[in-house]
Design a protein around this ligand. Structure first.
Ligand code: HEC
Ligand code: HEC
Ligand code: HEC
Ligand code: HEC
Length: 407
């Protein structure tokens, strides 16, 4: 149910319209797809992705992208171009109703799939699924690379309908997609940022992990304790930050409840805010004045400095209402889980510019939730936060502010 509500919310936000899919009709129509993807969407051939158990909306979105040519693939483009919106909804409903977890993948319809002549070559590099798991679950702070688990879910089973399931997908396919995102030949704002940060060997490690997450389920992974050394830009930023210190603290840990902490905040997020205070997209008279004189290089330097600082402990108290809403949302009020975007630990998704909320001043957090709720703060892309807070009650906002600050 939570999934449904979350997706409904996203539909409202993006105001796209989805046709209702019919599983039985989809089964009939999927005959066209069976040759490559397998009759039930499971396919032993490494060249074709598994579709079984994938989120229906994700399948529809990809089919539309292939049809429109925004996702480029010479095989799928002609396939998708023959499908109407109803066809897409039907086949998506069918494939998503199938299971990917069976022991053996089903054989593709005999002879129909074009067989690949290429034999898998012995790799010079042996992929390490445990290293892949570590990167997937923990990311890498030293490069401000967020964890994949926040969106794609534990063991690749995503709980959020817009984020595809990755579990039990062929590693070749995963790797190919990551290379496509990296090269920009497949476009998605978030995934392009993530993939760019990955090395070829890391992509292989992640592929090896996702192909069989069970194999390494017992392996414990540890966060590499890296202290992000201040780079040149951060050092320049430290000098420029002197004028910010009176309100935000010299290391970005403000001591005044109404002034937000900037320490440990996502650099991309800080840059975006400073730009928007300057051009008036985010309205605040104090910060408009502060941001007016900053150049693009100043913004980068300040953001590098503050994001490299350690956040001090917040003044909020853990509480059950806040925790419940933050981690699980509330179906009745149409509130999605905040953790999906701000992270279970409140550290946000720095690369994507999703702000950290952990340890932040309670008063500041509450003020921002109220401001999004009233629509006064309207610099959130696609109205994400205005949608999230639309039905939020004052008591819930107060509990959330306490909880986030306590993280
Ligand atoms: C001739 C083989 C072939 C046929 C037939 C085919 N596909 Fe595909 N499909 C592919 C290949 C190859 C890819 C991977 C494209 C890439 O690498 O980006 C793909 C990718 C996809 C994806 C994206 C999967 C993901 O995880 O992002 C979807 C969805 C899809 N196909 C649906 C369908 C549907 C529905 C049909 C039937 C109407 C169909 N395909 C028929 C070969 C085929
Ligand atoms: C902020 C959320 C988010 C994070 C974090 C994230 N992804 Fe994604 N990922 C997405 C979305 C959204 C898509 C679908 C893009 C599209 O619609 O084409 C996607 C697509 C993918 C795909 C293609 C799936 C398919 O079936 O074609 C792969 C592979 C992938 N992500 C791997 C990763 C890896 C590995 C990481 C961590 C290094 C990661 N993602 C982090 C949101 C995210
Ligand atoms: C006189 C006090 C004051 C000074 C000096 C000041 N700020 Fe701010 N700053 C604020 C206030 C108040 C807010 C909250 C604005 C709001 O409520 O929208 C804020 C918000 C911000 C935010 C947004 C934080 C978030 O989590 O969204 C950033 C980034 C920021 N300031 C950066 C700076 C930088 C960089 C400087 C120095 C160049 C600076 N500020 C100087 C008072 C100040
Ligand atoms: C779909 C992703 C998504 C979800 C779900 C989400 N947020 Fe956000 N949130 C964002 C983004 C993106 C921003 C930054 C907007 C901008 O660029 O100014 C943000 C900003 C915020 C801010 C302002 C941070 C600051 O430093 O000014 C707060 C507070 C916040 N969110 C709290 C929440 C709470 C509480 C929930 C759950 C009830 C939630 N968010 C759910 C994406 C999300």
């Amino acid at each position: 149910m939570k999934k449904i509500i979350f997706s409904l919310l996203l539909i409202c936000i993006t105001s796209s319209v989805w046709a209702d899919g019919n599983i039985d009709a989809g089964k009939t129509k999927s005959a066209l797809c069976a040759g490559c993807h397998g009759a039930t969407g499971k396919n032993p051939s490494l060249n074709f992705p598994n579709l079984a158990g994938q989120h229906a909306q994700y399948i529809v979105k990809q089919l539309k992208a292939f049809k429109a040519g925004t996702r480029v693939d010479p095989t799928m483009q002609p396939m998708a171009s023959t499908l109407s919106e109803q066809d897409m909804a039907d086949v998506a409903a069918y494939f998503s109703s199938q299971s990917r977890t069976g022991e053996k993948a089903e054989a593709a319809t005999q002879g129909a799939a074009p067989t690949s002549a290429s034999v898998v070559k012995a790799p010079e590099f042996v992929a390490d699924p445990v290293a892949g798991k570590a990167l997937y679950e923990l990311g890498d702070e030293s490069r401000s690379l967020g964890a994949c688990v926040g969106c794609h879910g534990k063991d690749g089973k995503s709980q959020v309908l817009i984020y595809p399931n990755l579990a039990k997908q062929h590693h070749e396919y995963i790797e190919k997609q990551l290379h496509n995102f990296k090269a920009g030949t497949r476009t998605n704002f978030v995934m392009n940022q993530f993939a760019k940060a990955l090395t070829d060997n890391e992509i292989k490690n992640i592929g090896a992990y996702l192909a069989d997450t069970k194999a390494v389920s017992g392996a414990k992974v540890h966060k590499a304790t890296v202290h992000s050394a201040m780079n040149e830009s951060a050092i320049a930023g430290q000098a420029k930050a002197a004028v910010c210190a009176s309100c935000h603290g010299s290391d970005g840990n403000s001591l005044v409840p109404m002034y937000p902490k900037l320490a440990g905040q996502s650099a991309n997020y800080i840059i975006k805010q400073l730009k928007e205070f300057k051009d008036g997209t985010r309205k605040n008279s104090i910060m408009a004045g502060m941001a007016a004189g900053l150049s693009a290089q100043d913004r980068i330097d300040l953001a590098s400095y503050f994001s490299a600082q350690k956040t001090s402990k917040g003044n909020g108290k853990e509480n059950s209402l806040g925790k419940k809403l933050y981690l699980g949302g509330d179906v009745k009020y149409g509130i999605p889980a905040c953790a999906a975007c701000h992270g279970v630990d409140g550290l946000g998704i720095p690369k994507a510019g999703f702000p950290a909320v952990a340890g932040q001043q309670v008063d500041y957090l509450k003020a921002q939730l109220d401001s999004f709720h009233k629509g006064e703060r309207a610099n959130d892309r696609n109205g994400i936060m205005r949608g999230v807070t639309r039905k939020l009650k004052d008591k819930q906002a107060a509990a959330l502010a306490q909880y986030m600050s306590s993280l």
